[in-house]
Design a protein around this ligand. Sequence first.
Ligand SMILES: NC(=O)c1ccc[n+]([C@@H]2O[C@H](COP(=O)([O-])OP(=O)(O)OC[C@H]3O[C@@H](n4cnc5c(N)ncnc54)[C@H](OP(=O)(O)O)[C@@H]3O)[C@@H](O)[C@H]2O)c1
Length: 437
Amino acid sequence: MLEALRIGMLGFGTVGRGVADLLLNHPDLLANRAGIPLRLVRIATRNPERDRGLALGSVEVTGNVHRVVDATDLDVVVELIGGIIPTRDLVHRALESGKHVITANKALIAEYGPDLFALAHSKGVQLGIEAAVAGAVPIIKTLRESLAGNRIDSVYGILNGTCNYILTEMRAKGLPFARVLADAQAKGFAEADPSFDIDGIDAAHKLAILSAIAFGTPLDYGRILKEGIRHVSETDIAWANEMGYRIKLLAMSRLREGLMEMTVRPVMVPVGSMVAAVEGVFNAVFVHGDYAGTTMYHGRGAGERPTASAVVADLMDLARDLRAGAKERVPSLSVPVHHLRTLPIQSAAQRQGSFYIRMAVVDRPGVLAEITAILARHAISIDAIHQKGRSPVEAVPLVMVTHESTEERITQALIEIEQLDSVREPPRSIRIEAGLA
Ligand SMILES: NC(=O)c1ccc[n+]([C@@H]2O[C@H](COP(=O)([O-])OP(=O)(O)OC[C@H]3O[C@@H](n4cnc5c(N)ncnc54)[C@H](OP(=O)(O)O)[C@@H]3O)[C@@H](O)[C@H]2O)c1
């Protein structure tokens, strides 16, 4: 009979501190709900002597990760170091030694999850990942358990708070991307090297995990089409506003006629939609299931306490399962690893939608006719044209909204339009997603 869940932790930074704080603050509440105490035994971190401002009591803090990974007096290792090196080896080693692992590390899971889940399965241990996607928002458990009876056809949302904060600020203050990014870095909302966030990598890691669980497919981060927000200008945001849209970095996986579409990119969504209402650093995930319809999950996607809440939810599940003698009651990816099936992915010629196109043109007679002739040759029809200002010398913005077309046609047409003498900058296009919740 298990007397306590004995926990070892790797990393004592933002999330690690939050997890330790929660475990030390709520011992009775957790023990009461889990049926056994959750006991934090040991923490291994790079600088063990650094004061974290917590009364740690009997918790041992060490600089030696092997005191956690190879320990025989622990049931579970909570990995909160982040990145791939040395975490991949440490997690591998912990699983290999028969310990359960819980991690908030989406990069590790998105890129090396298949091996790690297979190893966990072969060792009969759990690999918990609730904190890896959308912080406090309980989307992993919801997909795996609460929506388990549904055939899911789409899961989408705002999975990167840094990008959402930047886009929100650009719109609210009319400022350019670079200034808002610098401000976000000064406030600690963006990393010194922000590329993981602003190039869509972090959101794609999270989407890879959600897609695998929602559609029963193997984790496949490499198949996600990624485009970040570096090229979103304040001009695009102002036009979107004028036309009744917001620009959001949307992570989206949907299944249409047996084909998957997996994208992370800036899109325009109607101002009145729920997606548009997700502002600042918040995250939200929307799921459409055939019986549940659309459900929405909203909350803080990062931070010490919200992420700790998700890590401890996995610890609670583990404690309850161990106490009940349940083994792999709920597989980490919803179905056992050997049941995962790859689905074909849509090509650019199959991805359909309407588009916002912005060009900078010199307003000479015949320019519009040249542009519309190229669009017509690619079978792209136009829903609306907007032009501001007139100048035969300086470029002025010309904005078009297309009817449904394929992405391939749009790309080809824009390559030809860019060659025209009267077009002064590479045209920009942004997909319009008018049908979201
Ligand atoms: N921060 C968030 O809001 C958030 C949200 C969701 C998910 N996550 C994920 O949670 C994980 C941790 O993020 P975090 O923000 O807590 O990171 P963090 O504040 O940078 O903390 C990382 C911790 O790991 C320790 N560490 C680094 N390299 C180490 C090594 N080689 N050996 C032992 N310890 C080492 C550091 O030690 P010292 O402090 O001793 O120097 C630090 O305590 C990441 O995977 C991240 O993606 C974070």
